[in-house]
Design a protein around this ligand. Structure first.
Ligand code: F7E
Length: 339
């Protein structure tokens, strides 16, 4: 039985990681900042594991607290999942994004560097570190060129992880994670916004969902599958970097059509840009509109990736198709509707 510290345990990935660790008989210490309100515990409650986690106060902005908690609990594994994880929000909160996502990660690496029991640290890197597309097919060794505050922050932590490995021999591995979704996703991310809105439109509780860039393409997988990859990464004898993705890029428009079909709508798309609209073929009802307020100042195209290293070294490939993921998310939202 290992001791597993998960920062950001109240978030989507933290919750699935905690579930995974508990299922494998490990002890889970859940780091969370602020009060443990019912509202914030909903993911862990939904998974039925809130009572099995030893919660500790943990704030990535507080070096002394981080050091004290890690030294006191001596975890074998540290998963650093806490961050301001919205790319969209990072445009309005660049300092907080960098402070928590960048310096916060470094604070953990620094404690791990001096820890006499040599914990294995997992750092959640992001596909946003690739930024502008430069290679036809990206791998762990592609060049990084982020142009968003979030991407730059994640790149700082990513390079620091490599620096700590090279300079001090600290075990810090990274997963360069592409988009990973689930019913536990935050509502400010596009997949959950779409699935939740469609269920509400279906129930007559919302008229239309307004989105931003429908042409944006993302490589979406199920968060549960990603957690399995993260777990395998920290079990390796040596720290390393792994791209974790499905390799399939789908537009926001196509994701919306898939989700709408699951909710019982047959979308037809008309016009372009801010005037684009998605109507239900059967009823003619307007289901999707575009509102430029959801456009980003910079929205880099996501690259196609080669996940060969994860497959060969970790024996990992995603188990859930995008169709299954969309089905699970829409069904979840339909079940949540209160009539
Ligand atoms: O946006 C477009 C938006 O906010 C996806 C995080 O987990 O993955 C995630 O970042 C795309 C973008 O995720 C809306 O412009 C259109 O192109 O769901 P998202 P993200 O920015 O890709 C990466 C890998 C991470 O590391 C991050 O932590 O969808 N889009 N209309 C919209 N996006 C939002 N949020 N809302 C819209 O209405």
């Amino acid at each position: 039985m290992a001791k597993v510290l998960i920062t950001g345990v109240l978030g989507q990935d933290g919750a699935y990681l905690a579930q995974h660790a508990l299922e494998h008989g490990h002890e889970v210490i859940g780091g969370a900042r602020g009060e443990l309100t019912d509202e914030r515990l909903w993911r862990l409650r939904h998974l039925g594991i809130a009572d099995q986690i030893a919660f500790i106060p943990f704030d990535l902005g507080d070096s002394a607290l981080i050091e004290q908690q890690i030294k006191q609990h001596r975890p074998d594994f540290i998963f650093n999942m806490a961050a301001q994880s919205s790319v969209g929000d990072s445009f309005s909160t660049p300092l907080a994004t960098a402070e928590i996502g960048g310096m916060g990660a470094l604070r953990i690496f620094e404690v791990a560097r001096w820890a006499d029991w040599a914990p294995h640290v997992f750092q959640a890197s992001s596909s946003e570190i690739f930024g502008c597309i430069t290679d036809a097919q990206h791998t762990e060794d592609s060049s990084f060129n982020p142009k968003t505050p979030y991407g730059a922050t994640k790149l700082f932590a990513h390079i620091m992880a490599e620096a700590y490995r090279a300079s001090y021999g600290t075990f810090v591995s990274t997963g360069i994670l592409f988009n990973h979704e689930s019913p536990l996703r935050g509502e400010n991310f596009v997949t959950r916004k779409i699935t939740k809105s469609l269920a509400q439109i279906k129930a007559g509780q919302q008229d239309t969902v307004y989105l931003g860039n429908l042409d944006a393409r993302r490589d979406w997988s199920h968060a549960r599958d990603f957690v399995e990859a993260m777990w395998r990464i920290v079990q390796l004898p040596q720290p390393d970097n792994f791209v974790i993705a499905s390799g399939r890029l789908v537009s926001v428009r196509d994701f919306t059509s898939m989700a709408a079909a699951r909710a019982g709508f047959d979308l037809v798309w008309e016009d372009h840009g801010v005037n684009e609209k998605g109507f239900d073929r059967k009823t003619g009802k307007l289901i999707v509109g575009v509102d430029p307020v959801f456009y980003r100042p910079y929205d880099p195209a996501q690259p196609k990736v080669n996940t060969g290293k994860a497959a060969s070294v970790l024996g990992w490939t995603p188990q859930t198709t995008l169709e299954e993921l969309v089905g699970e998310m829409v069904d979840f939202e339909l079940q949540q509707i209160k009539h």
